[in-house]
Design a protein around this ligand. Sequence first.
Ligand code: DQA
Length: 154
Amino acid sequence: MVKRAEVSKIVVINGPNLGRLGVREPEIYGSATLEDLRAACTQWGQELGINVEVRQSDSEAEVIGWMHQAVDEKTPVVLNPAAFTHYSYGLADAAAQVTDVHIPLIEVHISNPAGREAFRKHSVISPIATGTITGMGFYGYKLALDAAVHALED
Ligand code: DQA
């Protein structure tokens, strides 16, 4: 695994429709917004002693580009692939490049997709992720940040 000393930040990448948090299906995703998530992740990063950058995109190409950047810059990734989870082999191939070079990539979902519609039960990302956290709301990102740091070598 990549060493802690080689890492200057963790990138938290959110896929499509997660910019609509707070508006979108609040009964599932809660009333907090992406900005609230950004503030929480920044705070959790400070507690862990690491910079955290939170991004969101509705574009598969942009999210794939961020995976390539994570490989080139040796940046651990917390990834909520949103709907891409269930069908994007392009993103799965890009995410595999991250874990292939021993950079942690933690998959996170706000809801528990396994308990929802049939199409959400399958993730093309989980087989290549370092680990997956589901169903814990925004707190799952805290667990994922913790897990990403924990996965690094001393
Ligand atoms: C999600 C679950 C996905 O099935 C869905 O498409 C999302 C959000 C979650 O965080 O629970 O957009 O990844």
